[in-house]
Write a protein that binds this ligand. Structure first.
Ligand code: APR
Length: 267
C-alpha cells in the first residue's frame, strides 16, 4: 500500500501519486467511483466529520429522524420553518442552495465519458454530479431535489419548489411522500442499494474520493469490493478507516487531484 502524503501542487509526490492511480485505472477493466461529502467541499458545502465538519461543529444529530418522521409526518413537514430547524440543517441548506459543480465534478464526468470510470456511487445528496454530467450515477443517500414515496419508491423532481408543508400522497399508490434524501435510521431504498451493489460486484477497482468511510451500509461496499479482490484507491487530504486497505491513498483534494488524473488518462 502506498500512502502518499502529497498535497499542494505542483510537487513530485503529488504527480507520482496521480501517475500511480492513472496506471491502476488503465490496467483495470471496471472502475467504480465512490464519493462522499469531501467531494463537494470545494463547491462550498461543508463535510460532516473532520475539519469544518457540521457534526464536528454542532455535534452529531439524533439518529432517529426517520422514526420521528413516520410517527408524525404532518408535524414533521409543518416544522419546516426556519425557527424550528436545527442550525446544521440551515447551514447545509444555505450552502446547497448556491453550490455549483467544481473542476473535480467535471473531471469525474469526463473520466466517465472516456470510459476510465464506469459508474459513480455517491453518498452526496447535492445533485452536483448529475449537474456536472455524470450519467451512470447512483445516489445512495438520495437527491435533495427529489421527493420519494416510501411505499412504492416512486420519485418526482421538486423543480424549484421546496415544500414547507406535507406534499400530496403518492400519485401512484397513495403512499407517504418524503424528501428523497435518506434520513438517519431510514433503510437505503432497495432499488439504489441493489444498483450500487451490482456496480461494486462488477468493479475490479474502486476510486474512493472525499469519504471518511464511516457510514454503513454505503461505506461497507468499499470493504465488500476489497474482499472480492478489487483494488481500492483513496483521494482524501486526511487518512481514513479505509487508508489501510488502499493500494494508493493520495493526500490531495478532489478539486486538485481529479483534473490531474483526467489529464493523465486523456494523454
Ligand atoms: N477533497 C477530498 N476530500 C475531502 C476534502 C476535499 N476538498 N475536504 C474534506 N475531505 C474529506 C475529509 O477528510 C473526510 O474524510 O472528506 C471526508 C468527508 O467525510 P464525511 O464528512 O464523514 O462525509 P461522508 O464520508 O460522505 O459521510 C457519509 O454520513 O452524515 C452522513 O449522510 C451523511 O452521506 C453522509 C455520510
Amino acid at each position: 500500500m502506498t500512502n502518499i502524503q502529497a498535497s499542494g501542487s505542483p510537487n513530485s509526490e503529488l504527480n507520482n501519486g496521480i501517475e500511480q492511480i492513472a496506471e491502476i485505472v488503465r490496467e483495470s477493466s471496471y472502475v467504480v467511483g465512490m464519493t462522499g461529502a469531501g467531494m463537494s467541499v470545494e463547491s462550498g458545502i461543508p463535510p460532516f466529520r473532520g475539519v469544518d465538519g457540521l457534526w464536528t461543529k454542532y455535534g452529531a444529530p439524533k439518529m432517529d429522524g426517520y422514526s420521528q418522521f413516520k410517527k408524525d409526518p404532518t408535524g414533521w413537514w409543518n416544522r419546516r420553518t426556519n425557527e424550528k430547524i436545527d442550525d446544521h440543517i440551515i447551514e447545509l441548506r444555505d450552502a446547497l442552495a448556491t453550490a455549483e459543480p467544481h473542476a473535480g465534478h467535471y473531471a469525474l464526468a469526463e473520466l466517465e465519458k472516456i470510459g476510465s470510470i464506469r459508474s459513480l456511487v455517491t453518498q452526496n445528496i447535492d445533485a452536483l454530479d448529475e449537474k456536472a454530467g455524470l450519467e451512470n450515477l447512483i445516489e445512495i443517500h438520495g437527491n435533495r431535489t427529489k421527493l420519494r414515496c416510501i411505499e412504492c419508491g416512486d420519485r418526482e423532481s421538486l423543480g424549484d419548489f421546496v415544500p414547507l408543508f406535507a406534499p400530496d400522497p403518492c400519485k401512484k399508490c397513495d403512499g407517504l411522500v418524503k424528501f428523497d434524501t435518506v434520513m438517519f435510521g431510514e433503510p437505503i431504498p432497495s432499488d439504489v442499494m441493489a444498483s450500487a451493489r451490482a456496480e461494486i460486484d462488477k468493479a475490479d477497482c474502486v476510486l474512493a474520493i472525499g469519504t471518511s468511510a464511516t457510514v454503513r451500509p454505503a461505506s461497507g461496499l468499499l470493504w465488500i469490493a476489497e474482499a472480492s479482490g478489487a483494488t481500492i484507491i483513496e483521494i482524501n487530504p486526511t487518512e481514513t478507516k479505509l487508508t489501510s486497505i488502499c493500494k494508493v491513498s493520495l493526500r490531495s483534494t478532489a478539486g486538485e487531484a481529479l483534473p490531474m488524473l483526467l489529464q493523465s488518462l486523456s494523454a
